[in-house]
Design a protein around this ligand. Structure first.
Ligand SMILES: [Zn+2]
Ligand SMILES: [Zn+2]
Length: 203
């Protein structure tokens, strides 16, 4: 898959107000009860959809979230976030309607600001986790920001109607899924366009 290289932190700021209305709150298991897992499930309506990387995604069935929260150590809390949804939008190549099922698990590690994982903890490192620093431990945890963050990690950088979509001719706009257009094949390939411009610059 091609990537525009957007990092999670780049993605976080986008349309943040959408997640403000979410209320993904979980009650923490009792401290030091390391076997106890608190689990919550939510189905979130995303009425406005999400604009991301120049694409608009809608969620006709909503977003399904499962959170499993467990103390690892006295001051380390792990949160397994499982998301699934069907997203709809336009194919990035041919603009036809496209749909994709997304689902994944993400692991978050919550700890107090200033704590050094590996130094102040038995857990050697936060490898495999997305770290979240918090200011204090309450009895509940609002996971809405991490649900939003997880959703942005899961959204495709390019939604396609199908993997082998041939796209539109950049020259005449014909849908190449319906067969070749009458353009010169050299003009049809944008990669050759780039090569030509390089060679012109070099002359
Ligand atoms: Zn397509
Ligand atoms: Zn053409």
């Amino acid at each position: 898959m091609s990537s525009s290289g957007a990092s999670v932190s780049d993605r976080k700021g986008i349309q943040r107000e959408i997640s403000k209305g979410w209320n993904c709150i979980v009650e923490l298991p009792p401290r030091r009860e390391y076997e106890a897992v608190a689990e919550r499930n939510w189905r979130i309506e995303v009425h406005e959809g999400v604009d991301f990387e120049g694409q608009h995604f809608s969620f006709p069935e909503g977003l399904f979230v499962k959170a499993q929260v467990q103390w690892l150590e006295e001051s380390l809390l792990s949160v397994r976030m499982s998301l699934s949804a069907r997203v709809e939008g336009k194919c990035a190549r041919c603009l036809a309607d496209a749909s994709l099922a997304i689902s994944d698990d993400l692991m978050y590690l919550y700890y107090l600001r200033g704590l050094e994982v590996g130094k102040d903890t038995s857990l050697p490192s936060d490898e495999g986790y997305m770290p979240v620093e918090i200011d204090f431990w309450g009895r509940i945890l609002n996971l809405s920001d991490q649900v939003w963050e997880s959703l942005l990690v899961l959204l495709p950088l390019k939604l396609l109607c199908r993997e082998e979509c041939a796209g539109l001719c950049p020259h005449c706009g014909a849908d190449l899924n319906d067969g070749p257009c009458s353009c010169d094949p050299q003009e049809r390939d944008p990669r050759l366009e780039i090569l030509r411009s390089f060679s012109l610059d070099d002359v």
